[in-house]
Write a protein that binds this ligand. Structure first.
Ligand code: F1X
Length: 327
């Protein structure tokens, strides 16, 4: 459907840049201003604390920002049929405790381990570490992803972050190159000390090549990700050189596990059916009828308690798989 909309608009070259969802995406960013300001202020303070912080403190910071990025996925305009769906309130970090019971799987310590192992240390020289983020929604969620990526570089957990977005407007609020650059420009131009400092830093990362934005036709084709090696071998090969792949959101999860009706206790690596070009983690709030990797009986328990647990967007997972270690 999204391809058809775009094809109709692209028949006339002068409007080929036209994004039918632009207004709702930018509005969602603007409506989330207090929450974005709170996150950027937290990031500014964190940057100040990082030089004196121990590894265990850095791990705690990372675990929090992974959760912020996960819960940022509640804000998508597709599930709300394009209606306003911004982050209300100013304390996305303050709400982490109350959201804890809804986090069904939390493999974030494995994300920490994989990054610290990749970082290594050879006579004080740290190895280059690349993280790829397969983005989902623009607006508040994108800001949570940028904050996380900023932290990875500032904390020395990564030296490069590649962001992957869509090549045309997709599932209403999915990030395109225009959304990505607009968000950074908007942040840097903000009339708020920390928000502007974040945006300026993000522009610097882009200029220096520590951050880069990529799009590939594969992300807007119907293929599940187990088809990637055959359908988009160059993308698969590129992702294989990464140290960590972060897949944001529900639709990416559905494509990771092939959108099948798996029993909930199916191990994640089995549901991926051979797709694991590098250690990967899915940060996803549940909006569609699929979830694997739960303990025996847990899915049934949730269904009995809350029949809508898989579709309400209230529950989330941070689910990890490594090519070496099966979950
Ligand atoms: O990938 P996201 O942004 O988390 O969610 C997108 C999404 O909510 O849109 C569809 C409904 O239109 C869902 O099936 C789907 O998963």
């Amino acid at each position: 459907m999204y391809r058809r909309i775009q094809e109709a608009l692209w028949q006339n070259p002068p409007v080929c840049e036209f994004d039918v969802f632009w207004e709702s995406k930018t509005q969602s960013f603007l409506d989330s201003a207090p929450a974005i300001t709170a996150l950027c202020s937290h990031q500014g303070e964190l940057r100040g604390r990082l030089p004196q912080s121990s590894d265990s403190q850095r791990m705690e910071y990372l675990l929090k920002l992974l959760q912020v990025s996960l819960w940022g996925n509640k804000c998508d305009l597709s599930i709300s049929a394009g209606q306003e769906n911004s982050q209300k309130g100013s304390g996305p970090l303050d709400s982490l405790d109350s959201l804890r019971p809804f986090l069904l799987l939390d493999h974030s310590k494995q994300v920490w381990s994989v990054l610290t192992a990749a970082r290594g240390s050879c006579q004080g020289q740290r190895s280059p570490v690349r993280v790829d983020v397969v983005l989902d929604n623009a607006g508040f969620e994108l800001v949570t992803d940028l904050i996380l990526a900023d932290f990875l570089l500032a904390a020395g957990l990564a030296t490069e972050v590649r962001f992957h977005g869509k090549s045309f407007p997709w599932f209403v609020s999915d990030v395109t190159a225009r959304d990505f650059h607009w968000t950074i420009a908007q942040t840097s131009a903000a009339n708020h000390q920390w928000m502007s400092a974040c945006g300026v830093q993000w522009k610097r990362y882009l200029k220096e090549g520590a951050w880069s934005y990529h799009d590939h036709a594969f992300w807007t084709l119907p293929h599940e990700y187990s088809d990637m090696a055959g359908s988009a071998p160059e993308l698969h090969a590129s992702l294989s050189s990464s140290h960590l792949l972060l897949f944001k959101g529900d639709l990416n999860y559905r494509k990771l596990v092939g959108d099948r009706d798996w029993p909930h206790a199916t191990p994640f690596h089995l549901a991926l059916r051979g797709f694991c070009p590098a250690p990967l983690a899915s940060l996803r709030t549940l909006k569609a009828n699929v979830q694997v990797g739960l303990g025996a009986g847990r899915g049934e328990e949730l269904t009995a308690d809350t029949p809508t647990w898989m579709t309400s967007g209230s529950y989330g997972v941070i689910q990890f798989c490594s090519p070496e270690r099966e979950q």
